[in-house]
Write a protein that binds this ligand. Structure first.
Ligand SMILES: *Cc1c(COP(=O)(O)O)cnc(C)c1O
Length: 232
């Protein structure tokens, strides 16, 4: 097996163990492989090991990779910030967008989704802990935004996504993820048919699963360390 295949296997085991420990069914958490900064060959290796869903942050880099790998049946997820001038690329090339945090962006994605493609699957990004990472709608405003996004014809709202700041320990991390789950539950209580809590990364996926995650976004634990942010 390649290193990437080994790593995928280890991450799958970590997810399964986290499910067992929190009394959740095995298979209730999907794995999104975050391939940002890694080339098409790394994605191909993960694909060959059975991985089908990949997440990308930088839209132009992603579109180049999506084009290079168009022969593979990959489900591409946009997990990076979406500026207005990038909505068309996202609408045309991705199956999912996790980072919708403004109605204006959602409207553009819906308007620009090509008619021959199924609706774009979207999550509302929620800034659950008020962290310095300012992306995301506040928990107070999240339900109202979700109700508006759910009306847009070419989007299918699936749930929420969050990127909390690193917490000091497991219990603190789980508490933040549980507060995200509470936002999700408030949306469901409004009648929205949601199924996705996109939360947890290489460092905190165990706490995220304990807190209710249904999709973890894992990069470095699969592909290895990325170049430092200054050059990424
Ligand atoms: C990079 C990134 C990830 C993956 O992070 P790792 O720590 O490498 O697992 C997950 N989600 C988002 C939004 C990211 O930007």
């Amino acid at each position: 097996m390649t290193m990437i295949a080994d790593n995928l296997h280890a991450v799958a085991q970590r997810i399964a163990q986290a499910c067992t420990q929190s009394g959740r069914p095995a298979g209730s958490v999907r794995l999104l492989a975050v391939s940002k900064t890694f080339g098409p060959d790394a994605v191909q290796q993960a694909f060959d090991a059975g991985q089908r869903a990949f997440g990308e942050n930088y839209i132009q880099e992603a579109v180049d990779k999506i084009t290079a790998l168009s022969a593979l049946a990959i489900e591409w997820h946009c997990i990076g910030p979406i500026q207005s001038n990038k909505t068309r690329l996202v609408a045309e090339h991705f199956q999912w967008a996790h980072t919708v945090d403004r109605l204006k962006i959602a409207q553009r994605l819906s308007d620009q989704r090509p008619p021959h493609l199924p609706p774009l699957q979207v999550c509302i990004q929620v800034n659950v802990d008020g962290g310095p990472n300012k992306s995301g709608v506040t928990p107070q405003d999240a339900v109202a935004l979700a109700l508006e996004v759910a009306q847009l014809p070419r989007l299918q709202l699936r749930g929420i996504m969050c990127i909390p700041e690193p917490a000091p320990d497991f219990v603190a991390a789980r508490a933040v993820f549980m507060s995200a789950k509470a936002v999700f539950d408030a949306m469901v209580a409004q009648g929205l048919p949601l199924d996705t809590l996109s939360m947890g990364m290489s460092g905190d996926l165990d706490a995220a699963v304990a807190g209710g995650s249904t999709m973890v976004r894992v990069g470095s634990a699969i592909f290895g360390a990325r170049p430092t942010p200054a050059s990424a």
